[in-house]
Design a protein around this ligand. Structure first.
Ligand code: SF4
Length: 158
């Protein structure tokens, strides 16, 4: 029997309709590697207690690292501050990763939670890291960003 490697994966990339608009972002190429991967799906925004659908939020005052350090806030398009929910979701995602023995996380691009280069932030360069991605990296996890249509970068990972 093939040993499967546990991998934390943004749930929307697996076809789960957990996005803010109740859609998913299924990455078909991931499904081709389930012989090697034990997927551990997480949606940090849902884990933080936010509903689906929900108003989208942007990071104000920096990016996810600034949120972790208390300088940045998550504000929805309706003006609601959802920083605490984003932080709770990030901590829960890390807790699940630790409980599952995960070392690698495949996270959805562009998200203010999961992305490594999200445009939904306040950095001068126009992009920055999401809150959950920042917390995962700070705890020593290897994080790779994946788009809906991109190929799963298997080479060298297993
Ligand atoms: S990108 Fe992350 S937070 Fe957003 S829907 Fe997907 S799993 Fe949830």
């Amino acid at each position: 029997m093939t040993h499967k490697v546990p991998v934390l994966i943004s749930a929307c990339l697996l076809g789960i309709r957990c996005r803010y608009d109740q859609d998913h972002a299924l990455n078909q190429s991931l499904l081709d590697h389930f012989d090697h991967i034990q997927p551990v799906p997480v949606c940090p925004e849902q884990l933080g207690g936010l509903p689906t659908p929900r108003p989208p939020a942007d990071i104000k005052g920096g990016d996810g690292r600034d949120v972790l350090e208390g300088r940045g806030r998550l504000i929805t398009c309706e003006g609601q501050d959802v920083t605490e929910q984003f932080l709770r979701g990030a901590r829960e995602a890390v807790r699940i990763a630790e409980l599952s023995g995960v070392r690698l996380a495949l996270m959805k691009d562009k998200s203010p939670s999961c992305g490594l280069n999200t445009p939904h932030c306040d950095k001068p360069e126009g992009h920055g890291i999401g809150v959950t991605a920042a917390l995962l990296i700070s705890r020593g996890f290897h994080v790779i960003e994946l788009a809906k249509g991109s190929q799963f970068p298997k080479a060298g990972l297993f």
